[in-house]
Ligand binder design. Structure first.
Ligand code: ZN
Length: 216
């Protein structure tokens, strides 16, 4: 594979929905084009919110992107002369995306991944935590909380007008769904009370307990 004269590196842009991740990805790949780098952008084919061939920010800015069904397809479709690779909605990729990204960087390419760091429950999303750890550069963008106006780091899922439950299926057939940017305080993820147990929204997961008590 080509290596070019530039050292490879991984950049990861994360944040909640409406934090401007796709906008930032588009900005970086546009600059690479101006610098006469050969750029390819990929996105998971399951994300069809905005049609198939574009990365589109919520502001309506676009850049051509190739939809792929798997991370392996990125390697199959890669042109030898490509030196900058963008990956949008990276949270939806299979775990093998981590190896694919490492290979691209090892070959001297600049890789820019954008995606959600947390799912609607506030839990780390798919391969993103690993990519964040491996990255040379991480940018965590913030949106504005629609409830209180503070910086938003979480994505609130609303199903039929009320906050989605922790264990709600990813797709609720026939439901009216919406997503909002919210801060940690205004982000609500109720848990269903189980018969015979005291599971409520206050029953924190172990990692949440530990993160609430910083050691240093
Ligand atoms: Zn808030």
């Amino acid at each position: 594979m080509t290596s070019g004269h530039h050292q490879g590196g991984l950049e990861v842009v994360v944040g909640s929905m409406f934090s401007g991740k796709s906008e930032e990805l588009i900005r970086r790949v546009r600059r690479a084009v101006i610098a006469r780098r050969t750029v390819q952008v990929f996105k998971p084919a399951i994300d069809d919110r905005f049609g198939i061939e574009l990365v589109r920010s919520h502001d309506g800015d676009t850049f051509v992107a190739r939809p792929v069904r798997s991370s392996a397809e990125i390697l199959a479709l890669l042109s030898p002369e490509t030196s900058v690779v963008g990956v949008d909605e990276v949270q939806f990729f299979d775990p093998a995306i981590v190896g694919v990204v490492r290979d691209l960087v090892a070959d001297g390419r600049r890789v820019i991944c954008a995606g959600l760091d947390l799912d609607f429950r506030g839990e780390p999303f798919g391969p993103v935590p690993t990519l964040l750890a491996l990255a040379e550069r991480v940018d965590k963008l913030e949106a504005i909380c629609v409830v209180c106006g503070e910086s938003a780091t979480r994505t609130q899922r609303i199903v039929n007008g009320v906050p989605a439950y922790y264990d709600d299926p990813i797709i609720v057939i026939g439901a009216q769904e919406a997503y909002e940017a919210r801060c940690r305080t205004c982000h609500v993820v109720p848990r269903r009370a189980r018969s015979g147990s005291a599971a409520t929204s206050e029953t924190a997961s172990p990692e949440r307990v530990s993160s609430a008590e910083p050691r240093d």
